[in-house]
Ligand binder design. Sequence first.
Ligand SMILES: NC(=O)c1ccc[n+]([C@@H]2O[C@H](COP(=O)([O-])OP(=O)(O)OC[C@H]3O[C@@H](n4cnc5c(N)ncnc54)[C@H](O)[C@@H]3O)[C@@H](O)[C@H]2O)c1
Length: 331
Amino acid sequence: MAEPVRIGFVGVGGIARHHLKQLQATGQATIAALCDVREESAASAAAEYGGTVYTDYRRMLDAETLDALYVCVPPSLHTGAELLACERGIHLFVEKPVALTMPQALEIQAAIAQAGVLAAAGYVMRNWPGIAAAQEYLAGKTVSLVSANRWHGIAGGDDHWWRRMDISGGQLVEQATHNLDAVRWIAGEIKAVWARYEYASLAHLPNFSIPASQVVAFELASGAAGTLTCSCVLNQGGGGGNWDFLLPDERVSIVGAEARRAPVAAGEDGTLRSSQPTLNIDEAFVQAVASGDGSLIRSTYADAVRTLEVTLAANESAATGQVVECRAWRS
Ligand SMILES: NC(=O)c1ccc[n+]([C@@H]2O[C@H](COP(=O)([O-])OP(=O)(O)OC[C@H]3O[C@@H](n4cnc5c(N)ncnc54)[C@H](O)[C@@H]3O)[C@@H](O)[C@H]2O)c1
């Protein structure tokens, strides 16, 4: 049997716990080290999954021999663990959004390219069977219109970082980035955006500086037009997310994890299925690291930087009222 992949974590909060569970289930990974500035978070995860506890990622990377590092910190807190991992030749899994500014993301992207390490981003929806099926079905087809929505409530309580614009970047940058990334993956690159945000409806909440609702209109490189809306006003339930892709005489819809096309002939149900087995995002990453086959990674760091650029461009457009061009996809 191949040696297990030795993995460390920086940031051991909610999403790290999810990855730890999935990594353990692969049977191909050893959790070697867990680092969190809140020592008790790392320690309680270590009690369940193993690994030495640290509160400083530099000390962890000095002391441990790791094959891969998961970076699962809030968006504005990507402090340099990725750069140090690159220096040491450690493969990376970085949670989305991969940073909160383009210069930081591009610096890390360049370090990854120079080090030649594998680098995945946590755009988990690319590993959902329905989204993968829609991507496969629409590849090479001419999409005319894209409509995507993500309507939910506020993540976390009154003191959570999610509701702070300076830490999260707002719902589009932090959360609906998944939905926008799926649009890019399925329908191609986005070359320009225009956005409008609504703040007043949740402005009474404590510590709350993000928009309540966001509308983004965009132009794809293919010439297709699209919109994405997201909202966090539905705090008593009733939310959801969906995508529609309109082509001449055809509509492909994704609701939850399921994709369908319409219209269909009598007797057909229109459900789309992927021809490939869909590994979950951690299985795919561990297999990629173990085999050196980067093609198993559906969302690379460099690709995630392009999604980040579009969401930051929307924030800029909402602030300035201007259409903002997205350039990263051209490089
Ligand atoms: N892919 C997904 O579906 C998904 C789902 C949830 C969250 N996320 C992303 O994961 C990231 C983290 O989200 P979360 O919900 O786990 O947040 P969280 O607040 O639950 O956990 C973040 C952890 O990072 C720690 N931390 C902060 N700075 C650190 C540092 N310098 N060194 C070590 N630890 C540090 C915090 O103490 C905290 O325990 C965010 O970017 C979020 O968008 C992705």
